[in-house]
Design a protein around this ligand. Structure first.
Ligand SMILES: CC(C)(COP(=O)(O)OP(=O)(O)OC[C@H]1O[C@@H](n2cnc3c(N)ncnc32)[C@H](O)[C@@H]1OP(=O)(O)O)[C@@H](O)C(=O)NCCC(=O)NCCS
Length: 390
């Protein structure tokens, strides 16, 4: 295995699902030592237990269970945090301070801590206390409105939890890496509190449309510009076998290639002519219906036409491009056997030997981690007897 970019970085993750859990997944895939911190099961049902395969089945992560509402559990967390580089939490704003493990408490013990709070709307503002999930933040940030209308006229549910993963998870990773870089580069060794709002992250993803409106005063709507479906050159079309094609021939030369190969040269000069877009769409739809999806892709995709098949999940996991990139790896779980999962695919991640070893969801490393944080063995065993750790 080559050098991992986040080797030696320790992360405590208090979240079980959502944007924070996605962030810690990626940090672990960059080589950070990620410790999931959960509640003691007998005392609390506060965390959602995701299915075993979620978050890559928590490969390469450790786990500690603490009742943080008990003073001894809070102190155990602070002992762990004193040695950590990053804390990630995603409770409702105010909860961590109530528990005595907020930024003030942790940075008093460890001024270098990079403390990332991910929440739906951020730590401040009139919506900060509102409960919510991916769809709420996509709605608030304008994404859902511009997704258009489904069969019943309302915005369809998007095919991925974009707010959680990009607006929250990737947002948190970027912020954490920037803070770690600054801590090292400034030489002061100080961390900071990062207030990651998923809704703010969605807003950043919506910048093209929102900035267009702010700069021009023109309302941005479905169909109002090239990337929102105004032109036939950027749309989806159904093939003869009922499967779908994505066409994104933006550049005039790629559009010309496409028109030529579809036998529709007459439209080459009308790519951006609003008056005939319905006619172009009608002709393209008719031609695309004459062959099945994969035949079209085989003919058009290599010819600089920006045409792709709309792949289902079972199709994409067999896709030759992802296979060539080594995108899928084998993992092994004591209860679920051997299965495939998405590997460490982001740039700079270093693949490990396969199969990736996944553990039972109730496996813990409490003794090892608390011992490393300075707690004596008899103290840990007393805490376990009291139900404060598990
Ligand atoms: C997801 C969310 C709506 C759930 O709300 P909730 O179930 O009311 O949970 P909260 O975050 O308000 O509080 C968590 C509780 O667990 C307790 N808790 C958490 N970890 C604990 C531990 N290890 N030991 C003991 N108690 C623990 C907290 O003390 C708190 O209880 P309290 O309010 O009695 O103090 C909320 O956490 C939230 O808005 N998070 C930010 C946005 C987000 O992540 N959304 C999900 C995106 S998909």
């Amino acid at each position: 295995m080559g050098t991992e970019l986040l080797e030696g970085v320790t992360v405590l993750d208090l979240a079980s699902v959502g944007p924070a859990a996605r962030a810690s997944r990626w940090l672990a895939d960059y080589g950070a030592d990620v410790v999931k911190v959960g509640p003691v099961p007998a005392k609390s049902g506060v965390q959602i237990a995701p299915p075993f395969f979620s978050y890559s089945a928590h490969r390469r992560m450790k786990r500690v269970l603490l009742d943080i509402k008990a003073p001894e559990g809070r102190d155990a967390f602070l002992a762990l945090a004193a040695e950590a580089d990053v804390v990630i939490e995603s409770f409702r704003p105010g909860v961590v301070d109530r528990l005595g493990i907020g930024y003030a408490a942790v940075s008093a013990a460890n001024p270098g801590i990079v403390y990332c709070s991910t929440s739906g709307f951020g730590q401040s503002g009139p919506k900060s206390q509102q409960a919510g999930h991916d769809l709420n933040y996509l709605a608030s940030g304008g994404f859902l409105h511009l997704t258009g209308a489904g069969p019943d006229g309302g915005p369809p549910i998007p095919g991925a939890t974009v707010a959680d993963s990009a607006g929250g998870g990737m947002h948190a990773v970027i912020a954490i890496l920037a803070a770690l870089h600054h801590r090292a580069a400034s030489g002061d060794g100080l961390g900071r509190h990062l207030d990651v709002s998923v809704a703010d992250g969605v807003l950043a993803l919506m910048a093209l449309s929102v900035d267009e409106f702010l700069a021009t005063g023109q309302d941005v709507e479905v169909g109002s510009n090239l990337l929102l479906g105004r032109y036939a050159c950027y749309d989806t079309y159904q093939a003869g076998d009922g499967k779908w094609l994505a066409v994104a021939a933006i550049e005039p030369r790629f559009w010309a290639n496409l028109c030529g190969l579809l036998g529709l040269d007459k439209w080459t000069r009308h790519q951006n002519d609003d008056a005939v877009q319905d006619d172009i769409r009608r002709d393209m739809a008719e031609v695309f219906r004459t062959k099945d999806r994969d035949t079209w892709v085989a003919e058009l995709a290599p010819a600089d036409t920006c045409v792709s098949g709309v792949l289902s999940v079972p199709e994409l996991v067999e896709d030759e491009q992802f296979a060539a990139r080594g995108a899928f790896v084998t993992a092994k779980h004591p209860a679920h056997g051997t299965f495939r999962q998405i590997g460490p695919v982001l740039a700079g991640m270093v693949p490990a030997d396969e199969p990736y070893v996944c553990r039972e969801s109730d496996a813990t490393d409490t003794d090892e981690l608390l011992a490393r944080a300075g707690l004596a063995a008899d103290r840990i065993s007393a805490l376990r007897d009291q139900g404060v750790v598990a």
